[in-house]
Structures are given as C-alpha cells and as structure tokens.
Design a binder for this molecule. Structure first.
Ligand SMILES: [Zn+2]
Length: 419
C-alpha cells in the first residue's frame, strides 16, 4: 500500500478516541489541514502548509480542494440483502394498515422470505449490490449486515452465502450478523422445535463456518419471547459470538432488560424505553442503537427518547436499519436529519453516533471511527461548508470522495459545491 498526502483540506472534523466516555461528545475541528497516510493508516495530521513542506517529494499528493473531511461513517444496523421491493406495503401503511395487519395479509417479513426462497445467490447478490453503492455514496465505509429474510436454514444459508460474495466485491468493511427474525410460516405450530433447531443446529453451524460473528434476535410480540430470546442468545454467547437484540420497538417487550442481563453489545430500536430500562442498559454498558429513519418511515411509533439516553450517560449509535419493509434508505445523512429534528441532538452527538460510538457496537472502536494516527484511513470528502450541513440538506447530501484503507474507492459523478 502506497503513501499519500491529502492536502488542502478546508475543514477536518473528527471525534477523538480519548473522549470516548465524555458525555458532551466534543469534536476536533482543524482548518487548512493535511493528512499523511502510510500503509493504509493515518500517519500524521497537521497544517497543510507544514505537511506539504515536510513530506518527502516521492509521496503522492492528493488535493482535497478545500473540501470538508470526515471520518468514514459506520452503519451498524442494516438488512440490505434481499430481493424485490415492498413499495406496495408502504402505501398500504399510509392508508392506515398496521405493521401487524400487513404481516397477517401476507406482507412483511414473510413476503421477503418467499422471494428469497425462489431466488438464486446470484440474483440476491445482483439486487443487493446497488444498496451498498448508495451507502458508500453517503459516506459509509463500514457496514454491518444482517441475514434474517431466509427464516429457514435453507434460506438463511443462501443469504449468508450472498453476504460472503458481496463482501468480496464491495470496498467497505463488512460486519456480518445472523439474525433470528421470526418463526417461518410452516413452523408456526412447532415453535419449540424451531427454537431448538436454531440453538442446536443453526447457530453452531454459523459459528463453525464463520458465516457471521454476531447473533441478533427480534424480541417482540409476533416474533420471539424473552424466554426464547434468552435461550437463543445464551448459546451464541457461550460460543464466544457477540450478541445484540431488536428490542422495545412496539412496546416494553423485555428486550432491553434482556440486553442488559446478557451484556449484549447493543440494544437496537428502543422506541419504548423507560427510566428503569435506561438505567439497566447504562449499568451493563450496552450501546443504544437508534434507527430514526425507521420511525419516520413507519409513522406509527414514537421516536426513542434520544435525549434521555444521552443525558443518562449511555453511549448511542444511529444507523439506517436499511430494509425493504420499514426503512428503505441507505442514507446515513438522512438519518442524521431525522435524529437532529426528533432527538434535538447537537452536531457532536450526531457525528459520534455514526463514527466512534457505532464502531464500538461492532467492537472496532480501536481501529476505525476517527481520523487519528494509527487508525485505518477511512474517510470522506464533502462539498459542504460544515458538518451540520449533512443533516441540514435533508437526505440530499452525498460524499464527493470516499477512501478506505488509504485508497480512493468512490468519486461522485455529480459534483456540486454547496454553501
Ligand atoms: Zn433492524
């Protein structure tokens, strides 16, 4: 990997790892900056004028043209691997159908699962790849990716294979999660046997073949009970896998309490969250993962109490929840818009939640998430005057350049300077 000096950076903005427990979430802001990259990692950060003078002449130079430089974003909760499109459901919901009514009419997760059942790995890869490209254009350099629409082992295995294929093609770092989503339709009357097959066959298989490093469960009415979730996640934990929970999306499901009991890496959703649950999660050091674009898109559940989560000392990440049913967006900038409005968050709170705190969810907080010496050189350049503009241009902010491991992996074909 060659060395490169990124110079003439108008403004470099980044959180710093030393502030990882600082509840005020400060940001370093550096004007007229340059960054020297060596071996795929940040080597030094300084004034553009100084680094241009001190860097050896044989090191390549890349002019940032006064752009805004930010650390690569980490989208730590996504379901991007599926086929087809559920726009029809979106309109049903807008006419008043509930999440559960849509599911009962044959839509929802089971609709995606039927499509997976008749799709080849090649089709799944082909239809999923554009979503990773869109995510990259929004500045995401590390993406968590869940299975979950296969439901049966046959379907899940196909999805996990597709994820492996996609990982080979895309430039982003990928963190793979095996999601135990809902009971397949043909196993509805055999719950106990299905849970047993997850525990005794599926999870050991996923672990042994290294198909995913994390296990997630949808702990909610209509999906899995607290007891079933505990049984499933305990097995994953015993195998040394990390665990996470889709918790408290439609009510006080017990998912948040279970996340704190088991020491999950994160509890995700948390639209319904009371003081006791916040305190339990905080004590167990569980990161809250907030999915504001999902709440916006569903328009039927409350926004999570983002202010209380932060003000009670919890770490919080924000992610897209990219999925065909309840959050069809790949855009982290759009999530920042919704979180800024409905969470009343500052720019520091927003940026931390998609960089270092999101990296913490994936266990990568020492490697990525900030522009600091020794970390992987994952960053983006934007034709925007300030980081606040990311949230301000609701959903229409795209990166101009994206770099991963010190290599440029994306250049926008649509270059517009915004003021
Ligand atoms: Zn989700």
């Amino acid at each position: 990997m060659h060395s490169v000096l990124i110079h003439n950076i108008g403004k470099l903005v980044t959180p710093l790892a030393k502030d990882k427990d600082d509840s005020t979430r400060p940001l370093l802001e550096f004007h007229n900056a340059a960054v020297l990259i060596e071996g795929g990692r940040f080597k030094s950060i300084g004034r553009s004028f100084d680094l241009l003078n001190t860097t050896p002449a044989d090191v390549a130079r890349h002019d940032a043209n006064h752009k805004l430089m930010l650390p690569g974003f980490v989208d730590c909760h996504t379901h991007p691997v599926f086929v087809g499109n559920r726009a029809g459901e979106f309109f049903m919901r807008n006419r008043g159908a509930s999440y559960h009514e849509i599911a009962e009419s044959g839509g929802g997760i089971h609709a995606s699962s039927r499509k997976i059942a008749s799709a080849s790995v090649e089709q799944i890869v082909r239809e999923s790849l554009p979503r990773f490209e869109m995510s990259l254009a929004g500045g995401v350099t590390t993406i968590e990716c869940k299975s979950g629409y296969g439901l049966t082992w046959l379907g899940e295995e196909r999805l996990l294979f597709a994820m492996k294929e996609i990982e080979k093609i895309i430039p982003q770092r990928m963190s793979k999660t095996f999601l135990v989503h809902v009971i397949p339709q043909d196993s509805q009357n055999r719950r106990v046997e299905f849970v047993q097959s997850v525990v005794e066959e599926m999870i050991p298989e996923v672990h042994e073949r290294k198909l995913a490093s994390c296990v997630d469960i949808f702990c909610e009415q209509g999906a899995f009970s607290v007891e079933e979730s505990r049984q499933i996640l305990s097995v994953a934990k015993q195998l040394g896998m990390s665990i996470t929970i889709h918790a408290n999306q439609f009510g006080h499901s017990g998912g948040a309490m279970l996340a704190s009991e088991l020491g999950a890496r994160s509890a995700d959703h948390l639209e319904y969250l009371n003081r006791d649950e916040i305190e339990a999660l905080q004590r167990a050091n569980v990161v809250a993962v907030i999915l504001p674009a999902c709440v916006y898109f569903m328009n039927a559940i409350p926004y999570p109490p983002m202010r209380s989560i932060i003000d009670n000392g919890m770490r919080m990440a924000i992610a897209t929840d990219m999925n065909p049913g309840t959050s069809m967006t790949e855009s982290i900038p759009f999530c920042l818009t919704t979180a800024a409005i409905y969470g009343k968050l500052s720019i520091g709170e927003l940026l931390w939640s998609v960089t270092l705190d999101a990296a913490r969810v994936l266990g990568m907080e020492d490697k990525i998430g900030s522009i600091e010496s020794g970390r992987f050189a994952d960053f983006s350049l934007w034709n925007l005057p300030t980081p606040e503009s990311l949230a301000y241009f609701q959903g229409s902010a795209f990166a101009d350049e994206v770099w991963i491991n010190g290599e440029q992996v994306f250049e926008s074909q649509f270059t517009v300077q915004r003021y």
